[in-house]
Design a binder for this molecule. Structure first.
Ligand SMILES: [Zn+2]
Length: 291
């Protein structure tokens, strides 16, 4: 079943969830040296010829930095390589202590043990996620999506005037456009709905029809919604699939204004939130507030 599809409360990690993990990794994992790596099964490391090739590129290397590009996490390694992690639909990066008191949870595919003690697990029940090592030069050839990634709504500053020019040039429906990674990076089904509610715009408005005031509202809604979601450490839906580095669920689902709230009252006008199908996905809106 597709994430966020009808009748489900599952979701894929989007920018706020991946950014939360990035910040956790920056505080807790950067600076540590990898002592050993174990790989269970080879689906998570499928880009490598075999698991030993993956392991050999990591053991004894220090993690020197972390960045996020769209929904991808890039861990810089001493010597120049990059460990790339993509969570897919259900992937988690979890810190652990290891040992008899902290056995690997189910669906642990890769374990990185640090010389300083402790470990980092890649856990992924549905195995759409992956981890692999590449060089900065080969990264975009490995992940063509990264070569065509649109602007980052959190990291890249842009004037709303420029944003309006991009919207006009694309002539697309707003929700589809917000979810188009080539237009703007990192937004998926949850945050596109939340952003459009905050902006007071419908999912099916065509981007070139927006007044300058609406463009400004949309830009502000996008930046503020994502920043607020990061502040609340992302959204974990009923499946609680999304966890931060320490295994805790996010808090932003409690702040959702429309997503997964069909039948409930709009927090702005008290009308009933409705669910519609947009490109096969369940989407939520207030038909009073969003025009
Ligand atoms: Zn409303």
């Amino acid at each position: 079943m597709p994430p966020g599809g009808p009748g489900t409360s599952t979701s894929m990690p989007e920018l706020p969830e991946v950014e939360t993990l990035k910040r956790d990794l920056d505080k807790d994992v950067v600076g540590k040296r990898i002592k050993s790596v174990t790989v269970e099964g080879e689906r998570s490391t499928r880009r490598h010829a075999d698991k030993q090739e993956f392991i050999d590129k990591l053991e004894a290397r220090k993690i020197t930095g972390v960045e996020r590009r769209g929904k991808y996490l890039l861990l810089r390694l001493e010597g120049g390589d990059v460990l790339v992690a993509h969570l897919g639909m259900s992937g988690q990066l979890l810190r652990g202590k290891g040992g008899v008191r902290d056995p690997d949870p189910k669906h642990t595919h890769v374990v990185f043990t640090f010389t300083q003690g402790g470990l980092l697990r890649f856990v992924d029940p549905r195995t759409f996620g992956e981890v692999f090592v590449t060089t900065p030069e080969e990264l975009e050839a490995e992940v063509p999506e990264l070569a065509h990634l649109g602007f980052d709504p959190v990291d890249d500053m842009m004037s709303w005037v420029r944003f309006g020019e991009l919207l006009t040039a694309r002539k697309g429906k707003l929700k589809a456009l917000l979810m188009d990674q080539k237009f703007v990076a990192g937004i998926g089904n949850i945050y596109s709905d939340e952003i459009l509610w905050a902006a007071g715009l419908r999912y099916d408005r065509s981007s070139e029809t927006l007044s300058s005031q609406e463009v400004r509202r949309l830009y502000r809604a996008m930046v503020e919604t994502l920043q607020d979601a990061i502040k609340h450490r992302g959204s974990s839906l009923a499946d609680e699939q999304y966890r931060d580095l320490f295994g805790a669920v996010g808090e932003y689902q409690k702040e959702h204004k429309v997503y997964d709230r069909a039948g409930q009252a709009c927090r702005r006008c008290r009308s009933t939130i409705v669910k519609v199908k947009v490109n096969g996905r369940g989407s939520f809106l207030c038909e009073q507030c969003q025009v």
